[in-house]
Write a protein that binds this ligand. Structure first.
Ligand SMILES: Nc1ncnc2c1ncn2[C@@H]1O[C@H](COP(=O)(O)OP(=O)(O)OP(=O)(O)O)[C@@H](O)[C@H]1O
Ligand SMILES: [Mg+2]
Length: 276
């Protein structure tokens, strides 16, 4: 349903994405991991046409979406909603208006000026907020909410577009572990219940392992791993992140050390079994 073929983006002499290729045959939940500067955000931005690719193709339902212009390009951008680390809500506006904001381009200037939304849209927005456990917060200003709550509002806003694909760029990087879990569970549930594809840039290995069906590892703009969470072994993680000190507890809550501990534990168990 979706093929990325040799997708490349250069900024001057710097190649941010280098012939990135992968294909998805069913709506999966895909995690993209890699160290800072690996090209993860650039990849997502090219997929929804926020950034123009230098070369390559992105085939979705038989069309190369990189060639779309005007209305067709905007329709594609509406089909693949973007969620950002910093939520990008309008802080002083109430929650339900934030969710309804994406419907603005469908309405007249007068209706927009007076903040008049069709009742059916308001009901839909409340239903979506309810799905995310946020309906009670609908009248509050966005700025009055916690980060996790704001991100759930941002997900609700994305769902209001009824997208086929949700692209999330580090959706939990600004959240504490509790809120991070709530937001990842919300994304997973949307994926499972609605059959929407989710592609999320994630900065922690354990999040990718826990919530994704497939993990793509990027290094220096290139795909260096593409497989299941089970195939993401310690050695592979080292290769993706590089074996230097930048791969730290701070960058990923499942550190190499933790993986090694579990590998070591597995070895001890295997040895114990062998001696029985
Ligand atoms: N607009 C831009 N102009 C010039 N260089 C850019 C631009 N955007 C990204 N780059 C460069 O492209 C490379 C990839 O950047 P990108 O933001 O995609 O990485 P990332 O994997 O998302 O990193 P992070 O984990 O820090 O968000 C980096 O070297 C970056 O400096
Ligand atoms: Mg990024």
């Amino acid at each position: 349903m979706f093929s990325v073929i040799k997708l490349t983006k250069t900024f001057g002499a710097n190649t941010a994405c280098d012939r990135v290729s992968f294909a998805v045959d069913a709506p999966k939940m895909i995690g993209i991991i890699g160290r800072s500067g690996a090209g993860k955000s650039t990849l997502l931005r090219m997929l929804n046409r926020l950034t123009d690719a230098t070369s390559g193709e992105v085939i979705h339902e038989g069309r190369d979406i990189l060639t779309l212009t005007g209305t067709a390009k905007r329709a594609w951008q509406s089909d693949c909603a973007m969620i950002f680390q910093q939520f990008n809500l309008v802080p002083r506006m109430d929650v339900v208006s934030n969710v309804l904001h994406c419907t603005l381009n469908r309405r007249s200037t007068l209706a927009t000026m007076f903040n008049l939304y069709p009742t059916a849209d308001i009901h839909r927005a409340i239903d979506i907020l309810d799905r995310l456990g946020m309906a009670a917060h609908a009248p509050k200003r966005a700025e009055a909410l916690s980060g996790g709550q704001q991100q759930r509002v941002a997900i609700a806003r994305a769902l209001m577009q009824d997208p086929k694909i949700i692209l999330a760029d580090e959706p939990i990087a600004s959240l504490d572990p509790m809120n991070a879990q709530v937001v990842m569970e919300a994304l997973r549930r949307i994926h499972e219940e609605d059959g929407r594809m989710v592609i999320a840039n994630l900065h922690t290995l354990d999040t990718a392992r826990r919530y994704c069906d497939r993990v793509i590892g990027m290094r220096d703009g290139r795909v260096v791993f593409d497989g299941t969470p089970e195939q993401l072994t310690t050695g592979v993680a080292r290769d993706i992140y590089g074996a230097d000190a930048s791969f730290s507890e701070e960058a990923t809550s499942t550190s190499i050390e933790a993986l090694e501990r579990s590998d070591a534990a597995a070895r001890v168990i295997a040895e114990a079994k062998a001696t029985v």
